[in-house]
Design a protein. Structure first.
Length: 611
């Protein structure tokens, strides 16, 4: 996977360790080294992610497929690298990714984090030495860092880190839109918040005006793809987010294939195949097989991405490269346009549907919620904190941290304070911002990042201007995919003739009716799964979604993964018992959920291993 790394300090041995560990999976990094620093970066297909300008200026980039050419074409770049005590914000306005500028003459290092936080970047400042990397483990091994109990528990229990934590002490995530400036002479580091996302925009008054603005920004984002003549593959499920991307490609006559994985005869993928057939885009589906459980593949995936919860995307990327494709594009982060990161996602399905119905196009209801203030935000976010020890964590590890609840609350409060510092006062927007910048980018975006192990990616919804605009839209105008529908209608209204996998009605139908039909599908699903479990498979489970892993239930596949988990943070006996219950159908839930959970545990296992 593309990425970057750097060390600035007096002990270059540490920098060499960082470089060696980072290049474990890549032997073609562009690297620059002098007496007190080592910097390097990797990109696919011979692209240059690290370049030197003049005698003393270095620029590193990591992000969208277009970032490698777009940034280096800036006419102002040579002027911008000579900054001191100022932030070259405009340099990164139109790209999705991370940017590092180092001026060896002024001895100033400047790091810009991706506006959405989708492209990870970590740093550590210790004893006057500054280290950064797209992967956290190379830093931890180079510095011999100690584990952070709170960070590990957040990752294992919540599925993501809060604030700027990682699994290691004194190694931090650079948060979305942050700019870090480090002065090598004074050893002083300053962090700046440059993001304007989720700040109220009083100019966005009507739904039509918002749609028009969105169309303008989307067109600008798509124009960058046109310039590069990429051999595209759209990761297509037929849902709203990937359907928006398809409508853009068709409208702009951009050739692409559509690619999916999983059960090809599921309702979701049958709909997707019909849509692709209608627009004459080739549709390819990759069925699941035992390669998902292959230990060597999972270790390779981890070394490239530090996340193995989406192995189907890793193998999709591998297949796309074999097919001659060089770039994948998906609808990830389109959830923000669809209003999917509202506070009500924490509610049960029926309650969430009713609340969204009340919120839809209802300014007064949104205002009523916002009047509840910060207490509403804290109470809702605090519900994430584990009330008791999870079954899969060992007693020794769990009880080694006496102030767990207080520490997690403190991290939540730090996230709230950071969002408030932008001038955001709406509780709905605070929650949406935290859910997007923490949960969204750490749970959903790793999917396409696994695909990026082999091909470049385009993150349309993560482009700076578009992402910021999407974030500012009032929740009542975009909840339940009402804006998504308008965007698809603008680019290719024929794509609305088909339902999504989550609704019974065609996408042309009234949004409120679509939402109500979700309740019927959920009820049908619940009944069919219940019959499947209670009759030990006599009644077939519902064939609605792509993520069908049930064919692996009677196999020893998960045993293979659990046999490789040895870290004392886990109760190994409970994991073994859990897998056996799954195999014998005693754990009445979909195999997919068990698979995802065990893969998360194995990700932590690999992250914390000393080698």
């Amino acid at each position: 996977m593309p990425g970057m790394y750097g060390y600035f300090g007096n002990n270059l041995q540490v920098g060499r360790k960082l470089s060696k560990r980072f290049q474990l999976s890549w032997n073609d990094c562009t690297e620059f080294s002098e007496d007190n620093h080592i910097i390097g970066a990797h990109a696919h297909f011979g692209k240059k992610a690290a370049r030197k300008f003049g005698e003393s200026n270095y620029v590193l980039v990591d992000g969208d497929a277009n970032i490698y050419d777009s940034l280096f074409r800036y006419k102002c770049l040579n002027e911008m690298v000579n900054f001191k005590n100022s932030i070259p914000v405009n340099l990164k306005d139109s790209v999705a990714g991370n940017l590092v500028i180092f001026n060896n003459k002024t001895r100033i290092l400047c790091i810009f984090a991706d506006i959405s936080g989708s492209i990870p970047l970590y740093y550590s400042l210790s004893n006057g030495s500054f280290v950064f990397s797209s992967l956290v483990k190379p830093i931890a091994q180079a510095l011999k860092s100690q584990q952070d109990t709170i960070g590990i528990i957040e990752n294992v229990c919540l599925k993501y880190y809060l604030s700027n934590r990682t699994a290691y002490k004194n190694i931090f995530r650079i948060l979305p839109g942050q700019c870090i400036i480090f002065d090598l002479v004074s050893k002083e580091m300053n962090t700046y918040e440059t993001s304007r996302a989720w700040i109220k925009d009083n100019t966005l008054k009507s739904k039509q005006q918002i749609v028009d603005n969105l169309i303008n920004e989307i067109n600008f984002s798509v124009s960058s793809i046109k310039e590069h003549n990429a051999k595209l593959a759209l990761m297509f499920s037929g849902g709203w987010d990937s359907r928006i991307i398809l409508s853009l490609l068709v409208s702009n006559s951009l050739p692409s294939i559509c690619f999916s994985h999983g059960r090809s005869d599921s309702r979701e993928l049958r709909i997707g195949k019909k849509i692709c057939s209608y627009v004459n885009y080739p549709f390819f589906n990759m069925p699941f097989d035992l390669s998902l459980f292959n230990i060597d593949d999972r270790i390779d995936e981890f070394n490239k991405t530090e996340n193995i919860t989406s192995p189907e995307w890793y193998h999709a990327g591998k297949k796309l490269k074999e097919m001659g494709r060089d770039s994948a594009i998906s609808g990830i982060l389109g959830e923000i346009i669809g209003g999917q990161f509202s506070p009500f996602d924490y509610y049960p399905d029926w309650k969430k549907t009713i609340t969204n119905q009340l919120l839809l196009n209802n300014y007064k209801f949104e205002k009523k919620i916002n009047n509840r203030g910060l207490n509403f935000v804290r109470e809702l976010l605090y519900t994430q904190i584990p009330k008791k020890k999870p079954w899969f964590i060992s007693d020794d590890f769990w009880y080694s941290e006496k102030h767990l609840s207080e520490a997690v609350k403190h991290d939540i409060d730090k996230d709230i304070t950071r969002i408030l510092s932008r001038g955001i006062t709406s509780p709905l927007k605070i929650i949406e911002a935290i859910k997007s910048e923490c949960r969204g980018v750490q749970i959903y975006f790793p999917q396409i990042m696994s695909c990026r192990s082999f091909v470049d990616i385009y993150n349309i919804f993560g482009m700076s201007h578009l992402f910021t605009l999407i974030s500012k839209i009032p929740m009542h105008l975009k909840v339940t995919n009402s804006l998504s529908k308008e965007i698809v209608r603008h680019y290719n209204s024929d794509l609305l003739k088909y339902p999504t996998g989550a609704i019974l009605l065609n996408a042309t139908s009234n949004i409120r009716l679509q939402e109500l039909s979700k309740i019927l599908i959920k009820f049908y699903e619940k009944v069919r799964w219940s019959l499947y479990f209670k009759t030990d498979g006599f009644f077939q489970y519902p064939n609605l979604e792509w993520d069908d892993y049930e064919s692996f239930r009677k196999t020893d596949c998960l045993n293979t993964i659990v046999d490789n988990i040895n870290n004392p943070i886990f109760d190994i006996n409970k994991l073994v018992e859990f897998v056996q219950n799954i195999k014998q159908n005693k754990w009445h839930n979909r195999y997919f959920f068990a698979f995802y959970q065990i893969m998360r545990f194995y990700s932590i296992e690999l992250l914390l291993k000393s080698k």
